[in-house]
Design a protein around this ligand. Structure first.
Ligand SMILES: [Zn+2]
Length: 181
């Protein structure tokens, strides 16, 4: 008896859900869900310079929208001319385009300016721990990722990537890349 009741309830629930979905696609409810799905997909797209740090953690996503099975992602570029951006754009199109219900993906460049304050705590932690990259924050001394001393001295404004400068720690001597704000 009880299982019969729960079966009936679940069938009822399923019908209600189907109806919701149908209404949603008309009213735009589904768009909200899909925008979240797009963000979830973007969490799987890493910055090629920092494997393990997604473009979401990098603070590079200004917005994600879905309308009529088309996804539009606004990307904040960390540094103009950074060659990683072409790779990132290709990866975003692949990841979002793989979502059920998305037929087309457009990646636009946002006019918003990226700065290091947009990085998530996770991104900051991974950079310090895995890449010996310190993050410069406006108005704050940059700390050495090895010893923690705020004693970094700039050696060269151009590191291996345009967005990073090479510093040396005056306390421990470690060569540190600093992600500029
Ligand atoms: Zn140090």
């Amino acid at each position: 008896m009880e299982s019969g009741l729960s079966l009936a309830l679940s069938a009822e629930h399923e019908r209600a859900e189907t109806a919701d979905r149908r209404v949603g696609s008309v009213t735009g409810n589904v768009r909200t869900v899909l925008a979240i799905d797009v963000i979830d997909a973007l969490r799987g797209v890493d910055d090629p310079e920092y494997p393990g740090v997604s473009v979401v953690d990098m603070g590079m996503i200004a917005s994600a929208e879905v309308a009529d099975r088309r996804a539009t992602v606004e990307l904040i570029t960390t540094f103009s001319g950074c060659p990683a951006h072409d790779v990132i754009t290709t990866d975003i199109v692949a990841a979002v385009g793989a979502l059920d219900g998305i037929d087309h993906v457009e990646v636009r460049r946002s006019t918003e300016r990226w700065d290091t304050a947009r990085l998530s705590d996770h991104a900051r932690a991974v950079m310090t721990r895995e890449f010996t990259v310190s993050v410069a924050l406006p108005g704050k001394p940059t700390e050495c990722p090895r010893c923690g001393a705020a004693a970094l001295v700039e050696q060269s404004p151009f590191g291996p990537a345009r967005c990073r400068a090479v510093h040396r720690c005056g306390a421990c001597g470690e060569v540190v890349e600093v992600l500029r704000s």
